[in-house]
Design a protein around this ligand. Structure first.
Ligand SMILES: NC(=[NH2+])NCCC[C@H](N)C(=O)O
Ligand SMILES: [Mn+2]
Ligand SMILES: [Mn+2]
Length: 348
C-alpha cells in the first residue's frame, strides 16, 4: 500500500502515540546471589549477561537505559538450616534488600529488568514490584514450579520455593523462617500462570491442583501450540482488567541444548522460537512492568561456547520482552526526512 501526505501525518501521530504509551526508561539491576541453591557460579549471571551486550541491545531499542549496577549482599557467618531449609537468613536478607531496590525503581517510573542470581530472588523482586503495583499479575516461565513449601521441598533449596512465599492461599502452610519476618504474602493464586513446566515435585503438583493454578506444561505447549497458550494466559490474567505484568523467566525453561549453563537443566524445554514468541507477545500487551532473568550459571557451561550461548539467549529474551521484533522496525518516524516523506510514497 502506498501512503501520501495526510495518511503519512496520521501514521506519524499514531507512531508518536505508541511511543508515548511505551515506557521510555528501562532500568537494569543485577543481583549476584546464589544461596538459594547449592551450586556456585550463578552469582556471576549478571556479569555474563551484561558482557553478552544487554545494555547496548536495550539502548538500540530506543530506550533510555539506566544501569543500576549490582546490589551487594552481605555474607553471614552464622546461617544454620531451619528445618531442612538451607541458608534462610542469607536468602531472607538478600531478598529484603532486593525488594526495596525494585520498589524504588518501579516507583521512579522505570520498567525494570532484574538479572539473577538464583530464582529465590523472585521473592524480593515480585514483592518489591507488588508494593508499587498491588494489582500485578505474574507469568512464571520455568521448567519448575518453584512452589515447594519447606515441608514439601525435596532439596531444602529456597530457589525451589519462592512462589510459596508469595501466595496468600499458602499462608497457613508456611512456617516462620528466620530472615523472612519482613515477607508477607501478597499474591492470589488466580493471578499467576506458569509456562514451560516439566519437572514438578509431588507436593508441588498437589498445591497446583488444590489451588486451581493455571499452568501450561511442555506437553500443553505440544498440544496447543505456543500461540494458543499465550492467548489463554492473557485471557486468564487480563480479561477482567488490564494490569501490570511481572515476568519471572528462569533460563532453564529453554531446552538444555539452547541454555546449557544452568543449575537444574531438564530435557524437553522451550525451543528458541517458542521462547521468543512468548516474550514478543508479552511485549505486545504493553503491560510488562518488571522482569526477572535468572539461573544463568557460567561455571556450569561445559566450555566458553556453552556459556556464551546461554548468556546471549538471555539477552535475546530480555530484548524481545522489551520490544525487539523479528520483522524489524524503523525507530522513529522523525528519521524519515520531512520533505521527502511528504512528497515521496511511503510503502508499507
Ligand atoms: N529455580 C530452579 N531452578 N528451581 C529448581 C527446583 C528444583 C526442585 N523442585 C527443588 O525444589 O529443589
Ligand atoms: Mn527452573
Ligand atoms: Mn525457577
Amino acid at each position: 500500500m502506498a501512503l501520501r501526505g495526510p495518511f503519512l501525518r496520521l501514521l506519524r501521530t499514531q507512531i508518536r502515540q505508541s511511543q508515548q504509551n511505551r515506557a521510555q526508561s528501562v532500568a537494569v539491576l543485577g543481583a549476584p546471589f546464589s544461596k538459594g541453591q547449592k551450586r556456585g557460579g550463578v552469582e556471576h549471571g549478571p556479569k555474563v549477561i551484561r558482557d553478552a551486550g544487554l545494555i547496548e541491545r536495550l539502548s538500540g531499542l530506543d530506550y533510555s537505559v539506566h544501569d543500576f549496577g549490582d546490589l551487594s549482599f552481605q555474607h553471614l557467618e552464622q546461617d544454620e538450616p531451619y528445618m531442612d531449609v538451607k541458608s534462610p537468613r542469607s536468602v531472607g536478607a538478600a531478598n529484603k534488600k532486593l525488594s526495596s531496590a525494585v520498589s524504588r525503581a518501579v516507583g521512579a517510573g522505570h520498567t525494570l529488568v532484574m538479572l539473577g542470581g538464583d530464582h529465590s530472588l523472585a521473592i524480593g523482586s515480585v514483592s518489591g514490584h507488588a508494593q508499587q503495583c498491588p494489582d500485578l499479575c505474574v507469568i512464571w516461565v520455568d521448567a519448575h514450579a518453584d512452589i515447594n513449601t519447606p515441608m514439601t521441598s525435596p532439596s531444602g533449596n529456597l530457589h525451589g520455593q519462592p512462589v510459596a512465599f508469595m501466595l496468600k492461599e499458602l499462608q497457613d502452610k508456611m512456617p516462620e523462617i528466620p530472615g523472612f519476618s519482613w515477607a508477607k504474602p501478597f499474591l492470589s493464586s488466580r493471578d499467576l500462570v506458569y509456562i514451560g513446566l516439566r519437572d514438578v515435585d509431588p507436593g508441588e503438583h498437589q498445591i497446583l491442583k488444590n489451588l486451581g493454578i493455571q499452568y501450561f506444561t511442555m506437553r500443553d505447549i505440544d498440544r496447543l501450540g505456543i500461540q494458543r497458550v499465550m492467548e489463554v494466559t492473557f485471557d486468564h490474567l487480563l480479561a477482567r482488567k488490564q494490569r501490570p505484568i511481572h515476568l519471572s523467566f528462569d533460563i532453564d525453561a529453554f531446552d538444555p541444548s539452547l541454555a546449557p549453563a544452568t543449575g537444574t537443566p531438564v530435557n524437553g524445554g522451550l525451543t528458541y522460537r517458542e521462547g521468543i514468541y512468548l516474550t514478543e507477545e508479552i511485549h505486545n500487551t504493553g503491560l510488562l512492568s518488571v522482569m526477572d532473568l535468572v539461573e544463568v550459571n557460567p561455571i556450569l557451561g561445559a566450555n566458553q561456547e556453552a556459556v556464551e550461548a546461554t548468556a546471549s539467549l538471555a539477552v535475546d529474551v530480555v530484548a524481545s520482552s522489551l520490544g525487539q521484533t523479528r520483522e524489524g522496525s524503523h525507530g522513529s518516524i522523525d528519521a524519515i526526512p520531512a520533505e521527502k516523506s511528504d512528497t515521496e510514497q511511503l510503502c508499507l
